[in-house]
Design a binder for this molecule. Structure first.
Ligand code: ZN
Length: 126
């Protein structure tokens, strides 16, 4: 059975989407991802690099290292919530709507990780 490219609802073989709304949202998504893809890649690269670098620095300079790591987590997480661009593989496997939701949840988890890192610093300081 074929599924709607956006919401994964079962549809007839001749359609691509189950309704106009799904088609509209898909077009909107790809327009947005095209417009912001460069910003997304740059922020993504810096933050994914910043988390381990920050954690590494934390062993010499805890305050600086933790700040870099926590800031990287917060920025990356916030961006994943605002600009949830899942990978092609995720979209193919889960269809767009679910893949976007998963990206947002992952963004929330990354922010949670940032909070955890800051919390650890406070625990270590005591
Ligand atoms: Zn649909």
């Amino acid at each position: 059975m074929k599924k709607c490219d956006y919401c994964a609802k079962e549809i007839s073989y001749f359609d691509q989407y189950c309704c106009e709304e799904c088609e509209r949202r898909t077009i909107l998504y790809y327009r947005r991802s095209e417009r912001f893809s460069r910003l997304f890649t740059i922020v993504n690269t810096i933050c994914v690099f910043g988390i381990p670098v920050g954690l590494f620095l934390a062993s010499f300079a805890p305050a600086v290292g933790v700040t870099i790591a926590a800031l990287s987590c917060t920025i990356l997480g916030a961006m994943l919530i605002l600009l949830p661009f899942p990978t092609e593989g995720m979209i193919r496997k889960h269809k767009l709507q679910k893949a976007i939701k998963m990206s947002r949840i992952f963004g929330g988890a990354v922010i949670g990780l940032g909070v955890l890192i800051v919390g650890m610093l406070f625990l270590l300081k005591r």
